[in-house]
Ligand binder design. Structure first.
Ligand code: GDP
Ligand code: MG
Length: 232
């Protein structure tokens, strides 16, 4: 199985990928960041070299790196018995907007089944609106990549866990939305949209630092393929 770890910069993707790969193989596709991964894309593609060669800024060079990675085969480990964790750069648009991310997923799917983990930073979820926006992003990733994607809310050691657990209760969200006005319709529509599009609906609260929730994350990764994606 490939487990592709996606998410914004500094959410903790690499930290989680390293933990998940303890009993498997770590593949680093972030061509900008040195990594201890067994398979490191920087052996073939380095962002700083692309910047110089194509006269690109950091973002353009990272996009270029994903284009090259999508057309390469060297980095794909073919052993079907292995648990392969794929770490990615923090440019979410690679997966949500451009087709390079999709091409990389298609390439992987020729070799083995794939799960995806969408890692977000718990500290960024300071309101129900932020929580809903985060779920909508996960729904978009599901839609764009067509693979089951588990949301892992990381750095749970840094926030009040009970507040996040409240947001995860759909009745609490509906109550709060009723109290608001301007964005009422949008938020209600968003809940319907998320329920309709999300394959995996229950976000997991984890901490790469303390190890909290990591067992649940492992279980969800294995469960997502065994139960046709329904872990809600
Ligand atoms: N407190 C805390 N810090 C974390 C956690 N996970 C990652 N970090 C820190 O967040 C920063 C970014 O982590 P990194 O894994 O490099 O994020 P990435 O850019 O998404 O790959 C680093 O300083 C990590 O030590 C966590 O669960 N709790
Ligand atoms: Mg990283």
């Amino acid at each position: 199985m490939f487990v592709v770890v996606i998410g914004p910069a500094a959410a903790g993707k690499s930290s989680i990928a390293e933990i998940l790969a303890r009993d498997g193989v770590l593949i680093n596709l972030d061509a900008a960041t040195p990594s201890k991964a067994e398979i490191d894309i920087r052996k073939w593609v380095k962002v700083e070299e692309l910047q110089e060669k194509y006269r690109l800024g950091i973002n353009g060079a990272l996009l270029k790196s994903m284009e090259l990675i999508a057309s390469m085969d060297e980095w794909i480990s073919e052993d079907k018995n292995e648990f392969k964790v794929v770490d990615t750069p923090g440019q979410l648009e690679i997966f949500m907007y451009h087709d390079f991310g999709k091409k990389i997923i298609e390439k992987l799917s020729k070799h083995d089944i794939i799960s995806c983990i969408f890692v977000v930073d718990a500290q960024e979820i300071s309101s129900i609106e932020n929580y809903l926006a985060m779920l909508a992003q996960n729904a978009m990733i599901n839609l764009k990549l067509l693979i089951p994607c588990i949301t892992a809310i990381n750095k749970i050691d840094m926030v009040d866990k009970s507040r996040l657990l409240k947001y995860m209760d759909i009745r609490y969200i509906e109550e709060k939305i009723e109290e608001g006005d301007a964005l009422l319709k949008l938020a209600k529509g968003l809940i319907d949209y998320i329920e309709y599009t999300s394959i995996v609906q229950r976000p997991l609260l984890v901490s790469a630092k303390t190890g909290d929730g990591i067992d649940d994350l492992f279980a969800a990764i294995h469960e997502v393929h065994c139960s046709c994606g329904d872990i809600s």
